[in-house]
Design a protein around this ligand. Structure first.
Ligand code: PAF
Length: 292
């Protein structure tokens, strides 16, 4: 029998109950499940996560769900980019994949009253200006873990605080799965890939490389032996300030495990994290300082 065309090896499931039944059957058959949770509008960063999951699993599930509960009332839920047909086309080139793309009404009961809440790691960085965001992320990821029953789940390092929170939830609530952190995938000019990049007008897109430049600048300073947290944070701010339309939300060094502010003399591993607005587009990026 000839191999079926690659596109035909995509299966799309909409119903959470069907997803869970399918995952239970895979588990009973001894197959390892890899999950890649996404909100769609896929880019090469997502595809790298699919490949990472595939390395450690027999079956790959990619969820595509723009999760309403992780957007604040003044955030970009309505304008978040969506193109399901294009997503399927991109995934079609990656071999056999189960795409789980539920409707919000099927994910959340109208009277749902249980959520996953973390109050320490979630209180800083993005959590400081996006109240409820990580509660939405953790709750939907917990639900996805129960529906797709993954042995491994891949998350990108670009959303560093999200990654840290997911790891903490998996540990604290004893989810039987391993988290696979995927590297930040960048455009040729260094901008970290993000579904939101498409919303940047050309002038802002050109300036948006300041995030990557700022992070490279402090990596180099750290490599030269700069130990002062304040000096590195000042370098981050100064580099962002070179972009005339950039509005800095935060530029901070934090302990990678606790996300507490780095001490006056930072020590590895330290997360250097940025959030910068260009108009109504909010970009984040980061680097992990592992040695001086
Ligand atoms: O990183 C994202 O795309 C989302 O926060 C996630 C993990 C898919 C949860 O909705």
């Amino acid at each position: 029998m000839p191999e079926p065309p690659v596109m035909s090896r995509l299966e799309v499931l909409r119903d959470p109950a069907v997803m869970q039944t399918r995952a239970l059957a895979w588990r009973r058959a001894g197959r390892r499940i890899g999950l890649v949770p996404t909100m769609g509008y896929l880019h090469p960063g997502h595809i790298s996560l699919v490949r990472l999951a595939r390395e450690q699993a027999d079956v790959v599930v990619v969820s595509i769900f723009v999760n309403p509960t992780q957007f604040g009332p003044r955030e970009d839920f309505a304008t978040y980019p969506r193109d399901f047909a294009r997503d399927l086309e991109l995934l079609g080139a990656e071999g056999a994949i189960t795409v789980f793309a539920p409707e919000a009404a099927a994910v959340y009961a109208p009277d749902a009253s249980v959520q996953v809440c973390e109050e320490r790691l979630a209180s800083c960085l993005c959590g400081a200006t996006r109240p409820g965001h990580f509660r939405g992320v953790l709750t939907v990821c917990a639900k996805l873990f129960h529906l797709a029953l993954p042995d491994v789940a891949a998350f990108g390092r670009k959303d560093a605080q999200q990654l840290r929170l997911i790891e903490q939830m998996v540990r604290d609530l004893n989810f039987p799965l391993a988290i696979l952190p995927g590297p930040i995938v960048r455009e040729p000019d260094g901008l970290a890939m993000s579904s939101r990049n498409v919303r940047l007008p050309a002038a802002h897109r050109a300036q948006a490389t300041c995030l990557h430049r700022a992070l490279r600048t402090i990596e180099q300073a750290a490599a030269r032996g700069e130990r002062r947290t304040a000096a590195l944070e000042a370098l981050l701010r100064a580099t962002i300030a070179t972009a005339p339309d950039a509005r800095l939300e935060y530029a901070e060094l934090r302990d990678w495990h606790t996300l507490a502010p780095a001490p006056a003399q930072w020590h590895a591993p330290t997360l250097a994290a940025l959030a910068v607005h260009f108009g109504d587009v909010r970009l984040i990026d980061n680097t992990l300082l592992t040695a001086s």
